[in-house]
Design a protein around this ligand. Structure first.
Ligand code: GLC
Length: 543
């Protein structure tokens, strides 16, 4: 049986390249990350998700892999990786890594062989067509850069499929040899101690577009094969899928609990931002209600922001416009027609109370919470950078040059540091935040400490609690006879929310935006500040 460690993990996502540079060459590296493990462990992080660190021409931030069995030499060596894994293990931290196998880089030896020789065994690793169909604009992932998902290759004298950039040819998952290769890659990293994989672009992996005779069942069965393989090698390893799909498609990924174990909660994320824009709880309630029930071993991964755009493609255009109007009114803040390329604090005008409210939601919504590097100190974005790079600036450790990330000249950094303004490293950095008892990081520290003591939130059965206040979102999670309730006021005005059910009494405060007077034992009325939030345990005896 699987240990359900991921149900109460605190996951932290980072890119080795932008986290900490140990040798002053301007590029973050594994030794730098290893040196910062104490920091992460002290923050309460229990699992790291590393963005791709493989050798890559870096056309897509490392999501274009040239060699699945190695480390990008700019980031270190396999030896450095093993040392990092050891040190993470010493601190009880697990590591999940990105597995990017929907496509390779066009510099991968498989692709080089495939395009240069029709008879190569690698030809059929990719998807080719002499006469590809026209691309439907809906199929384009990067509509501002690409206008087709097929690219003509002169050497091959054929078109190849690429859902993402043209430098990322799609692999042919219908080919059993490709499936075997993917399992072999997972086997390699499992031997080095990782606890699982983030499956990049999962829906595209199993789509079967352009593959003659591709049978959907056979394509989807690959998800089961992956799970079988991973579990056979390491029973507690997990598959975390990036599958931003409509609710009716979700069962394809979770199935009976024998495919993907965790899914990023893209739907809830989009509905949460709608609720925030309207200062009303109903969209958040709708977002939860449309999620299907999931098998007991499966889990949602909740997040506020990740390394890509904040995608709003699962809600209709009028709702999307409301969110844009509230949080990304300028076109330069938007991307691909459906996303926002900002970090959270600038989206919220730096309003600390509102920022806390949002992370309080993150830590209490049913599922496992994920933070992205820099969120704990309220890092901002740099809209002068191209595309999604606006949210990929380097970690701000101190007020030293380059935010203490690297001793290289600032022109030599792999990615820039935010040097000036409200979010510049002089003002926003780890060292300053740790000294300030009122800082966001010290708030996060407390929130994480309490969250870890509430397994109900990660493992329990949840339901929404009705109140008389449209701005208030209240929900309850039960697990093994214990119950936690969280109440959030999404509006900028204080209120008192009265629970409609009198089933929950003796509410004992666990955490909140301030110290409130304790509720009377039988009181269903809960005072809340503007953007206020309170977490309770039902029954003082259960504390
Ligand atoms: C995923 C990644 C994104 C990348 C794309 C192609 O969506 O999150 O960053 O560009 O896959 O690999």
């Amino acid at each position: 049986m699987k240990e359900l460690w991921y149900k109460n993990a605190i996951i932290y996502s980072l890119d080795v390249e932008t986290f900490m540079d140990s040798d002053g060459d301007g590029v973050g590296d594994f030794p730098g990350l290893t040196n910062r493990l104490d920091y992460l462990s002290a923050l309460g992080i229990t699992c790291l998700w590393l963005l791709p660190f493989y050798p890559s021409p870096n056309r897509d931030n490392g999501y274009d892999v040239m060699d699945y069995y190695n480390i990008d030499p700019r980031l270190g060596t396999l030896g450095d990786f093993v040392e990092f894994m050891h040190q993470a293990g010493e601190r009880g931290m697990r590591v999940v890594i990105d597995l990017v196998v929907n496509h390779t880089s066009n510099q991968h030896p498989w692709f080089l062989a495939a395009r240069s020789d029709k008879n190569s065994r690698y030809r059929n690793y990719y998807v080719w067509s002499e006469n590809p169909p026209k691309t439907d604009p809906e199929q384009l992932m990067f509509p501002d850069v690409e206008d087709s998902i097929w690219e003509y290759d002169e050497q091959a004298n054929a078109y190849y499929l690429h859902h993402f950039y043209k430098e990322q040819p799609d692999l042919n998952i219908a080919n059993p040899a490709v499936r075997e290769e993917i399992c072999k890659i997972m086997g390699f990293w499992l031997e080095l101690g990782v606890s699982g994989f983030r499956i990049d672009a999962a829906p595209f992996l199993i789509k079967g577009i352009g593959i003659e005779g591709a049978d959907p069942e056979h394509m989807q069965a690959f998800l089961t094969e992956m799970e079988e393989f991973v579990s056979s090698r390491q029973s507690n390893a997990v598959l975390l899928a990036e599958a931003n799909v409509d609710p009716d498609q979700i069962p394809i990924y979770f199935s009976k609990g024998d495919r993907m174990h965790i899914l990023f909660n893209f739907l809830l994320n989009q509905y949460m931002f709608l609720a925030l824009a309207r200062q009303e709880s109903s969209p958040l309630r709708d977002g939860l209600k449309i999620l299907p029930d999931i098998p007991p071993v499966c889990q949602w991964l909740n997040f506020v922001r990740h390394h890509d755009e904040l995608t709003l493609d699962r809600i209709n255009s009028s709702k999307r416009k409301e969110i844009f109007a509230a949080f990304a009114p300028d076109e330069t803040m938007q991307i691909f027609g459906h996303g926002i390329r900002r970090r959270l604090p600038p989206m919220m005008g730096g309003n600390r109370r509102r920022i806390e409210l949002i992370y309080s939601l993150l830590f209490t919504l049913p599922g496992t919470p994920m933070l992205r590097y820099g969120e704990e100190i309220g890092m901002g974005d740099d809209l002068s950078l191209e595309g999604r790079n606006s949210v990929r600036t380097v970690m701000q450790w101190s007020d030293a040059p380059n935010g203490g990330f690297s001793t290289a000249a600032s022109d030599d950094l792999a990615r820039p540091a935010i040097a000036t303004g409200e979010y510049g490293y002089k003002k926003v950095n780890v060292a300053a935040a740790q000294r300030d008892p009122d800082s966001l990081i010290n708030w996060m520290d407390r929130a994480i400490r309490i969250r870890k003591q509430c397994p109900e939130l990660g493992r329990g059965k949840w339901h929404i609690l009705e109140t008389d206040s449209p701005a208030v979102f209240a929900h309850c999670c039960d697990w093994e006879g214990r119950t936690v309730i969280a109440v959030h006021n999404l509006a900028d005005k204080p209120c008192t929310a009265t629970l409609k059910s009198n089933e929950y009494t003796h509410l004992f405060d666990l955490f909140g935006d301030r110290i409130y007077e304790s509720l009377a034992a039988d009181s269903p009325s809960i005072p809340l500040e503007a953007y206020g939030y309170r977490w309770f345990r039902v029954n003082r005896e259960q504390y």
